[in-house]
Design a protein around this ligand. Structure first.
Ligand SMILES: NC(=O)c1ccc[n+]([C@@H]2O[C@H](COP(=O)([O-])OP(=O)(O)OC[C@H]3O[C@@H](n4cnc5c(N)ncnc54)[C@H](OP(=O)(O)O)[C@@H]3O)[C@@H](O)[C@H]2O)c1
Length: 321
């Protein structure tokens, strides 16, 4: 019998949707020249790659930069570099965002920050060829790409809503398309299916997109926007936790075809700062080009079901108090 997810989504797929993604890859990001003085950006995973370049871009435009990083040494190096180079305030919180305790500590600390959070960028991510489980018993892609933004955004809801303005941006990936038939809600942790790096990564990014719809709806009456973006295929440290064969492939094939993460930073600055986007919400951008989502990513019933499952999972793990 045909998998019900295939039956559900297959008729909704259109080739034009895929071609437009390929077309959008050629568009450079729009640039925003507005400065960011006196405003605050929060970036997770700013110790390297997309997050680091984005932190530099915001700092160069006068922002107060708040980083949530895992590695204290790398983080301190970046903090000092940005503060010395641009003369801006740079703060940091150290947390492993694949751990429930790390997500909750970061969320609590951010909720207590002085002043509004003007832009919150959920960027921390990784690519794992082999399945890994966190000490909480969660699959790592699921925990870092989806649960961390879910928990942190949820904990920041009262602050963001009270501000009456703010932009939340998920750094997603076109790889969400590899979860072509949606999420398996009965196996979110990849315990029963064959794990592949790209499928689990895609599922984590798809889950992010589904929760974007819910957060965008909840925040809309309060003037807070929630969007997601693909940062381009850019040369970063991603995949550094994989084995030697992967490293060789990345160096000899992927890196040569990848662009500079400065492109991602320009895009993330535009999405966070451009006045024309102040009311734009629940939208996916390829860099800064708006793009229609594939059928599983615009399935609002699946978004509701995932939301309910997630709350149940967090309650079961004792992470709701
Ligand atoms: N590069 C691309 O072509 C590409 C394409 C599509 C989407 N993306 C997305 O872009 C985002 C940034 O990735 P990148 O390419 O810039 O890779 P990267 O250079 O490896 O940067 C990843 C960042 O996330 C942090 N991080 C990883 N695991 C963490 C954890 N458990 N807790 C807290 N922070 C953690 C890393 O910290 P450490 O320094 O401690 O490792 C680093 O700061 C990711 O969400 C990725 O999925 C990248």
């Amino acid at each position: 019998m045909l998998n019900p997810a295939i039956r559900r989504y297959w008729p909704q797929y259109e080739w034009s949707n895929v071609w437009s993604m390929f077309r959008n890859m050629k568009n450079p990001p729009a640039r925003c020249e507005e400065r960011f003085d006196g405003r605050t950006v929060v970036i997770t995973g700013a110790s390297s790659g997309v997050g680091y370049h984005t932190a530099r871009k915001y700092a160069s435009m006068g922002a107060r930069v708040v980083m949530v990083n895992r590695n204290a040494e790398k983080s301190e190096r970046v903090r000092r570099e940005l503060a010395d180079t641009f003369g801006v305030v740079v703060e940091q919180f150290i947390a492993d965002l694949s751990l429930l305790d790390g997500m909750r500590r970061a969320g609590g600390w951010l909720a207590g920050l002085d002043g509004p959070i003007d832009v919150l960028i959920h960027n921390a991510g990784l690519h794992l060829e082999k399945r890994q489980e966190t000490p909480d018993g969660l699959e790592t892609n699921f925990a870092l790409h989806y649960l961390a933004p879910f928990v942190i955004t949820g904990m920041l809801a009262p602050k963001l809503e009270g501000q009456g303005a703010g932009r939340v941006i998920f750094v997603g990936s076109e790889a969400y398309r590899f979860a072509a038939w949606g999420l398996d809600l009965d196996d979110l942790q990849w315990e029963r299916r064959r794990y592949t790096g790209i499928k689990a990564y895609g599922a984590g990014k798809l889950a992010q997109l589904l929760c974007m719809h819910r957060f965008a709806g909840d925040f809309a009456p309060h003037g807070v926007t929630v969007n997601a973006m693909h940062p381009g295929m850019v040369k970063t440290e991603t995949g550094k936790d994989n084995g030697r064969l992967y490293q060789w492939y990345k160096k000899s094939v992927i890196d040569g075809r990848s662009g500079s993460p400065d492109l991602s930073a320009e895009a993330l600055y535009h999405l966070g700062a451009a006045p024309g986007l102040a009311a734009k919400t629940d939208t996916f951008f390829h860099l800064t080009t708006e793009e229609e989502l594939s059928p599983p990513a615009r399935d609002l019933e699946a978004a509701d079901a995932l939301w309910t499952r997630t709350l149940g999972l967090l309650a079961m793990k004792g992470a709701m108090q």
